[in-house]
Design a protein. Structure first.
Length: 310
């Protein structure tokens, strides 16, 4: 859907599958800003929005610096016991308000306060990469200025998946190459190749790849012709996505563009087909996922891509 205001993929999956870890959000967003380009594309919170779903299905963004989540640490002079008493009193007031007005978002607010309290313990543990061996950290590229930022988020993603987080989304900037395409893409490829390879190997070694789907995608492709002298413009008619794990067939290429890369012409698929395939592999029917009596996922025109399924 082009218009904002609808739930993101991670929110739908959180709604459809529920959570496996009561101490962590079901949907976590990591943003690996590192290109340093002042004109690069901004990221908006609506990209991981819950839309019309209850707010508890919103993606939770972990920050790059300081506390991973704002106000995760207790303020000076407030100990754990005092924070617990404060939340208990606040919950009592919210329950009285809920009984008076019946707004379900109040119940969501109570649950989110409790989740935030538990996250004070769980989030610092999951983002602490010092618990990983030096061999693992080096495999991802931690400590190397070129790969360090993406490496940290890739390893954090594995740790989140390991702990039952349903959906982890990493946004990597620097790819919006309207100009200086060769320089930008050479820099970004050098930053992501090693961490991605390490993530796939790590998931496989730990027996997690069979039940985890890794998707590398962009918002759209790039024109085969030049924009200005050294860039490419937006292009939605032919572009690539790769996937691994989770019952996706390995070692195959499915589909092709014409000879200049302008249009998809062989085994053409749409974004709705990709969504339907991912939902299918995770045990959800894209035509049935809905809020009873309210709204459906509404990707009626999508179908699972059976040719890429193992």
């Amino acid at each position: 859907h082009q218009l904002p205001g609808r739930p993101s993929m991670g929110s739908w999956l959180s709604y459809g599958l529920g959570s496996e870890n009561r101490d962590l959000p079901a949907y976590v967003v990591l943003t690996s800003f590192g290109s340093g380009r002042p004109d690069d594309q901004p990221l908006y919170d609506r990209l991981w929005s819950a839309g019309f779903l209850p707010a508890k299905y919103q993606g939770v963004k972990f920050r790059n610096t300081g506390d991973p989540v704002l106000y995760l640490s207790d303020p000076p002079g407030v100990d754990r016991g005092t924070r617990r008493e404060t939340l208990d009193e606040l919950a009592a007031l919210n329950r009285r308000h809920l009984a008076a007005v019946g707004d379900p978002e109040i119940q969501t607010r109570i649950a989110q306060y409790e989740m935030a309290f538990r996250m004070q313990m769980s989030v610092p543990e999951v983002v602490s990469l010092t618990q990983e061996t030096q061999q693992t950290q080096q495999a991802y590229g931690i400590g190397n200025p070129t790969t360090d930022r993406v490496a940290r988020y890739s390893l954090t993603a594995r740790r989140l998946v390991e702990r039952g987080v349903r959906f982890v989304q990493i946004y990597d900037d620097g790819w919006d190459a309207h100009s200086q395409l060769k320089q930008n893409h050479s820099t970004r490829c050098a930053a992501v190749d090693q961490p991605i390879a390490a993530l796939l190997k790590d998931l496989k070694q730990r027996g997690l790849l069979d039940e985890t789907i890794v998707v590398w995608a962009t918002e759209f492709g790039r024109t085969p012709g030049a924009e200005r002298s050294d860039g490419r413009d937006h292009h939605p008619y032919g572009f690539s996505v790769w996937m691994a794990g989770g019952g996706i067939r390995g070692g195959i290429v499915h589909g092709a563009t014409d000879e200049i890369g302008f249009h998809a012409v062989e085994d053409r698929h749409y974004v709705t087909d990709l969504h339907a395939t991912l939902l299918h592999q995770l045990g959800l029917d894209h035509r049935s996922l809905e809020i009873p009596g309210h709204k459906r996922l509404e990707i009626d025109f999508g179908s699972p891509i059976n040719a890429i399924l193992a």
